[in-house]
Write a protein that binds this ligand. Structure first.
Ligand code: SAH
Length: 362
């Protein structure tokens, strides 16, 4: 379908595209991270401001929406870590980006096997999306625990042992892209084409960014993706865990060791890949999570990291097969654990304090 452009400088096909184009016309090209932030979080049109993206009728399907076993095993994992660290009587269970609340609902139900854990925790959901917060309130209405919401991982979450779960949260945080040229690493920007539509363009001058050593040598044209917002969240989480105790489990799709170079910025709508710039606000934007960078950020803030392990190995180690057989959900377990499905692309990374017992699954 041809695009119907507005007058030159007028912008793209939808209202948010026009708003972004107007910003670029006024102040110059923006970074990919700025584009992602506007596309996902614009208060009026942003994808995560107005949509419930999950489920069959939505744009993508996540592990907790596939089977209750996922949330149950993660809840038991957190309760076990709490137990291993001497059962601190006042602790916090936090989930980043809780979607419809399904994972937390399953986690809390399973954690009732350890009633002292349920009694010790304050449950906090970190969520920006008002539509999803409503869904979380409904899902968790009967869970028997009082729930608090926070729009960010802020200072109210750092004063106690922190048990934290995050599934498909870090992939939604904005990334910056840099392309290796003969002038050095130049940032990929979003600017305007001659019709006033959104288009990628390289910054003319090289950026002085430090490329992680573990990436190896880069050829001309190589793309490096940095996720400064993801690193910043991990720094706060790891510092809290290092100082107060606790455990974090990050599950997401992404690369582990030997990440190399390559671009993974993607748009998904209605379970399919979509163009990146054409319909901001109506498609989900994400990028592979750099688990090596998250683990490094955790270690630099005094915590210990385990993994990343493949999601398949991690869940099987926690007992997904036995639970799947009991519930008659082997197809769902296969979907989460089989390497040709979600088992290898998705990975699990754990963050613990120095000296704490090794967590299950690693
Ligand atoms: N964990 C859920 C949902 C994954 S979708 C599941 O597995 O089903 C990503 C989630 O992160 C959504 O709840 C979205 O609203 C939330 N989110 C995205 N960006 C965020 C941000 N910057 N701060 C807080 N929450 C965010």
């Amino acid at each position: 379908m041809d695009r119907l452009w507005q007058a030159p400088g007028g912008g793209g096909v939808n209202a948010l595209g026009q708003r972004i184009a107007a910003l670029i016309a006024a102040q110059g090209p923006i970074t990919v991270a700025q584009f992602m932030t506007m596309a996902l979080h614009d208060p009026q049109y942003g994808y995560y401001a107005v949509n419930d993206p999950l489920g069959d009728g939505g744009d993508f399907l996540t592990a907790p929406e596939i089977t209750q076993i996922f949330g149950e095993l993660l809840g038991l994992w957190a309760a076990q870590c709490w137990h291993d660290q001497g059962k601190p009587p006042s602790a916090r269970l936090v989930e980043l980006g809780p979607g419809r609340g399904t994972l937390m609902c399953d986690a809390l139900r399973a954690a009732k096997l350890m009633p002292a854990f349920s009694a010790a925790i304050e449950v906090v959901l970190v969520e920006t999306n008002p539509v999803l917060q409503k869904a979380q309130e409904a899902t968790l209405a009967e869970c028997g625990l009082k729930i608090r919401w926070s729009p960010t991982f802020d200072a109210t979450l750092t004063d106690r042992p922190l048990f934290l779960l995050a599934n498909e949260f870090f992939d939604a945080l904005p990334i910056r892209q840099f392309v290796k040229t003969d002038r050095g690493w130049c940032e990929r920007m979003v600017g305007l084409d001659t019709n006033g539509g959104l288009a990628f363009a390289l910054a003319p001058a090289a950026s002085s960014i430090a490329i992680p050593m573990d990436r190896g040598p880069a050829e001309l044209g190589a793309v490096y993706e940095a996720a400064p917002a993801a690193t910043a969240v991990m720094e706060d989480v790891a510092r809290t865990i290092a100082q107060k105790g606790g455990a974090a489990l990050v599950v997401d799709y992404g690369y582990g060791a030997n990440a190399g170079f390559g671009e993974t910025f993607q748009a998904i709508g209605e379970h399919q890949f979509k163009p990146l710039l054409d319909e901001p606000g109506t498609v989900d934007l994400s990028a592979h999570v750099d688990f090596g960078a998250l683990a490094r950020a955790a270690r630099e803030n005094g915590a210990v990291s385990y993994g990343p392990a493949n999601q398949g190995d991690f869940l099987i180690d926690l007992g997904s097969v036995g639970r799947g057989e009991r519930l008659g959900q082997m197809m769902q377990v296969d979907r989460l654990t089989n390497p040709v499905q979600m088992g290898a692309l998705f990975k699990a990374l754990a963050i613990l304090p120095n000296g704490a017992p090794k967590p299950a699954g690693f």
